[in-house]
Design a protein around this ligand. Structure first.
Ligand SMILES: Cc1cc2nc3c(=O)[nH]c(=O)nc-3n(C[C@H](O)[C@H](O)[C@H](O)COP(=O)(O)OP(=O)(O)OC[C@H]3O[C@@H](n4cnc5c(N)ncnc54)[C@H](O)[C@@H]3O)c2cc1C
Ligand SMILES: NC(=O)c1ccc[n+]([C@@H]2O[C@H](COP(=O)([O-])OP(=O)(O)OC[C@H]3O[C@@H](n4cnc5c(N)ncnc54)[C@H](O)[C@@H]3O)[C@@H](O)[C@H]2O)c1
Length: 488
């Protein structure tokens, strides 16, 4: 048997943490191997954030084009004549998406090559807690060994588990990756799952002209969010013409009659509706971790009931020297959190970059437990959130007076001027100290508004300092002066 090749560090998976980590280790003079079985850059660049947000940009143009004559007095002539209607060129939308993905992936590949990282293309699995076997794409195998091993293998779409799904033509059953490769707009897209993926794609395809029905098992959409936000999101999607069934599950799928997909729906209460018919089914019911092919049984690395790898505050697994970063550790499943996992590991195992003018680290000791977690759902309007939701704050601080401020976007001058008044803002504060504990903005540019409050939270500003801050007029940000009048 060939002697294993010795490295200082092995990174499995070229996700949002593994890619910069491999570069940082190599640049620190450590012999590092990065093993990737599919695309450099992982999910975000290839199948997640980048392609979805590129296509969602087309959806917004379609939305505004539809509203242009009615709401903004903007006309494209000739109009009102037979044949004047919005036409969607799905292949052009898809091509734009492919080009942006290629550009972003190429950038990642170039950065790795410039850093001098040794990239192995193939599938990695553990032989023991210090050795990795790689089944290379060229059919050969290679064994590597290192004192430090980093798992950044991410997640993949969970398989649809609806009875009858195996009888449906496979080209009609889509996940978050294949739905972006459609050459035509589906006639009627049935979306299973009312989480971020279901909402972003459901709204996109509605805007491109599809009938869309969302079937959500939970009693509300985006159930991890504040109930007030979920309710406002439901209003927005219904206003867009999307049919939403809550507390509902597909009980059976059949391929019958003129429609390719017939779905029978079971509600948690006594409601019943006739079967619905769709042209395509998008399964957006969650994601599963890529751990089952890692042969973790050859190590003592623990996994939870769903296959995620739990870690400590500094991302070490149950085995010293083996770390897990990104979605594979069980969330929060966001690109910027995976990237921050890279920062945490870098700062603990390599020297952190110096902070100009100070001996201190930029954020104090980095840890996955103490960080603020912001995120944005790219529906339109966006839903940006940072920190605690009201219920979380009340649970975490039972003996503290918690107050909330809720303001509809109809109170925001800039939103009125733009005729984009759907949604609301909600802030959660410690009423005794003035500390801002959490903030959500479901509204036009909600992600950007949230980021302003995030920076205020990072700087320890009290809510009244935002009330008195001078913001340029008329920005959406200036509504952070007015929000606090609703505090109770
Ligand atoms: C449709 C969609 C939209 C999204 N939109 C957003 C968004 O707008 N904003 C946001 O913050 N997040 C978004 N996300 C989530 C985001 O993409 C992930 O949180 C992010 O990519 C972090 O992933 P990661 O670093 O854990 O690993 P990943 O990016 O998933 O990379 C893991 C890599 O490991 C490789 N791999 C797996 N197993 C092995 C093995 N055994 N051997 C070798 N290689 C292996 C895989 O091929 C993959 O390249 C979205 C996700 C989806 C699906
Ligand atoms: N903008 C962003 O940041 C963004 C966008 C997309 C995805 N993501 C990340 O990807 C993760 C996965 O997203 P997701 O939307 O797939 O998962 P999710 O877990 O957020 O939502 C899935 C939803 O589907 C429902 N569901 C599951 N099985 C069902 C069934 N059989 N019938 C009806 N409903 C069912 C669940 O109740 C749940 O609300 C997110 O949690 C997020 O971290 C982020």
């Amino acid at each position: 048997m060939a002697t294993p090749t010795q490295y200082d560090a092995i990174v499995i998976g070229s996700g949002q943490a593994g890619t910069p980590l491999a570069s940082a280790f190599t640049q620190a003079g450590k012999k590092t191997a990065l093993i990737e079985r599919q695309h450099i850059g992982g999910c975000c660049i290839n199948e997640g954030c980048t392609p979805t947000k590129t296509m969602i940009a087309s959806g917004r143009v379609a939305y505004l084009t539809n509203r242009a004559p009615r709401d903004y007095g903007v006309h494209m002539l000739p109009e009102g004549t037979p044949g004047s209607r919005l036409e969607i060129e799905m292949t052009k939308i898809r091509q734009r998406k492919r080009e942006i993905v290629d550009q972003f992936r190429g950038g990642s590949e170039k950065r790795l090559s410039t850093a001098g990282v040794e990239v192995l293309r193939g599938q990695a699995e553990f032989k023991n807690h210090k050795q990795i076997l790689v089944s290379l794409d060229n059919g050969e195998t290679q064994t590597l060994t290192a004192e430090l091993i980093f798992i950044n293998t991410g997640e993949r779409p969970a398989r649809p588990n609806v009875p009858g799904v195996d009888k449906i033509d496979l080209s009609r059953i889509l996940d978050s990756t294949s739905v972006m490769e459609l050459a035509e707009v589906p006639k009627h897209l049935i979306v299973i799952g009312g989480g971020y993926i279901g909402l972003e794609f459901g709204q996109l395809f509605r805007r491109l002209g599809a009938d869309v029905t969302i079937i959500q098992r939970a009693s509300r959409l985006i159930p991890r969010e504040d109930p007030d936000i979920s309710a406002a999101m439901l209003d927005i999607l219904r206003d867009d013409g999307i049919v939403v069934h809550l507390s509902a599950e597909a009980s059976e799928l059949t391929d019958s009659g003129g429609s390719p997909i017939t779905m029978h729906i079971k509600f948690k209460d006594s409601r019943s509706i006739p079967a619905i018919h769709g042209s395509h089914l998008l399964f957006a019911g969650g994601r599963s971790p890529n751990t089952e092919r890692l042969n973790l049984g050859a190590t003592a690395v623990s996994t939870d009931s769903r296959g995620h790898i739990p870690t400590g505050d500094y991302l070490e697994t149950s085995v010293p020297g083996i770390y897990a970063l990104g979605d594979v550790k069980g969330g929060p499943a966001f690109t910027h959190i995976s990237y921050d996992d890279f920062r945490i590991v870098r700062d603990h195992l390599l020297s952190p970059p110096p902070t100009p003018g100070s001996q201190q680290k930029p954020r104090g000791p980095l840890s996955s437990r103490t960080r603020l977690v912001p995120y944005t759902v790219f529906t339109d309007p966006q839903m940006g959130h940072v920190g605690l939701h009201e219920a979380e704050a009340r649970k975490q601080f039972p003996n503290t007076q918690i107050k909330t401020a809720m303001m509809p976007m109809t109170y925001v001058a800039r939103a009125l001027e733009m005729d984009e008044t759907r949604g609301m803002m909600k802030a959660v504060v410690n009423a005794e100290t003035g500390e801002i504990l959490g903030f959500s903005c479901l509204g036009i540019e909600g992600g950007e508004v949230m980021s302003i409050v995030q920076v205020a939270m990072m700087g320890g500003l009290k809510w009244w300092q935002l009330r008195e801050a001078i913001f340029a007029h008329p920005t959406i940000a200036e509504s952070l002066n007015n929000l606090w009048q609703f505090l109770k």
